[in-house]
Design a protein around this ligand. Sequence first.
Ligand code: G1P
Ligand code: ZN
Length: 543
Amino acid sequence: MSVSIVSTRPFDDQKPGTSGLRKKVKVFQRLNYLENFVQSTFDVIGDFAGQTLVVGGDGRYFNREAIQIILKMAAANGFGRVLVGQGGILSTPAASHIIRKNKAFGGLILSASHNPAGPDEDFGIKYNISNGGPAPEGVTEAMFARTLEISEYKILQAGNIPLDTVGTFQLGEMQVEVIDSVHDYAELMKSLFDFPAIRELLAGGFAMKFDAMHAVTGPYALRIFEGMLGAPLGTVMNGAASEDFGGGHPDPNLTYAHDLVDIMYGEYAPEFGAASDGDGDRNMILGNHFFVTPSDSLAVLAANADKVKGYRGGIAGIARSMPTSAAADRVAESMGLDCYETPTGWKFFGNLMDDGRVTLCGEESFGTGSNHVREKDGLWAVLFWLNILAVRKQSVAAIVQEHWKRFGRNYYSRHDYEGVDSSAASRALQNVRDKSPELPGTQLAGRTVSTCDDFAYTDPVDGSVSRNQGVRVLFEDGSRIIFRLSGTGTSGATIRIYLESYEADASKHDLDAQDALAEMIHAAGEISGLRKLTGRDAPTVIT
Ligand code: G1P
Ligand code: ZN
């Protein structure tokens, strides 16, 4: 087997976004496109000669082809060993765990998360470092710089590895181990949660549904819920993973997880419902006719961590992304813990966890996780909730309502305008920036504006600074309106507007969030001029 050195020319659009490089499959299929990105990554991540690389993806269209190319490039570039999930499958949190457990140099995760899959849809790739978390900005910037000057890549001339067969194979000098995609991850979950107690709960007639949305969590959920925890067959719905995710949009929210939502808001709704996304890192939690916002979910998990085996010893601190509601801050305060506010994207939590400053992290975008891995983790959140339900023996709604009574309720909603014209989107944000000097002290949505700024973050561990992370309008009563452009889309721009208002009075906790936030929603439209600029009169998705 020989190594080929292939000449190539740079592409100018390989800048990783919030979570790696995401493009249409057709773009990734262009001659040398994937190869350029992989070689650029290998060129900047340091000396990995003889070391281990982890490779796996969410199983979407092009996953298998991409993995064969990556394996041959890893061999040609001098890795000693690659661990790859059977069939090319590893959920994002499972990949993070495999990297950590095997002390790998890093990993390549193939996913475009919740974006639709198939020949005309999306593909993605991201590099995770040895702590199991997404590469920090310094690394992704170096990768991008390298993509702009690359002139050749190395690849081994060899046959394909039989990805469906668990076992060890030789690829030139490198070993490829095809591993069971689920086993190690399931064992990790068993070490964190009280499986016998959850088993007893499920055996006692407690009904739950988990929607795998035809994506990567199918095999994980079937093995854990219906296998290890003895939930009845059929508990996992849409559990057969397919390359196009059943033609759906595997984003676990009230809009896209409609199969599950119909059941949970239907006549004979189970007590508990949950869903995860394309690559298994997001989660949505539902009770019988009850939706738990991701921001509240983080706060509830933190407040109940003492009831769960893996966290009983105490949690170090909590971190949330800036647009996530401040519900968790109140819990942290009552527990005497630090609460960190980071920019959007899981990569900002890595340093805080590595430094022992935080245990639990969350984002409003249906992402929750802990220091057990360095990615958010959908099934982990579902098991955490099940563990709490098994201990408290109350309904989901009762647990959340009691939480509000104790800490107050942070009414919260996110409005997304998807696929809008990029310049109109930038203009809408600029409109708010332009007004920001005059806004403080004025009345908006019946409240007084206190500050208006562009969020910037200084990492307390390594001192790195990230600027322009969202335009914030902050009010004296703690309410907030935040404007941000998505960094994960593949066509046009997506404007995200985050709305939050705090209500301490328990007699006012049963409003619909859209009603409670109506004045804020109106104000957001006014100051950004969004409707006029985009020609849209309503958001595409409301969560
Ligand atoms: C979105 C979410 C963000 C999350 C990311 C990856 O990014 O908002 O919280 O970390 O997906 O799942 P965005 O499109 O807003 O840049
Ligand atoms: Zn995801």
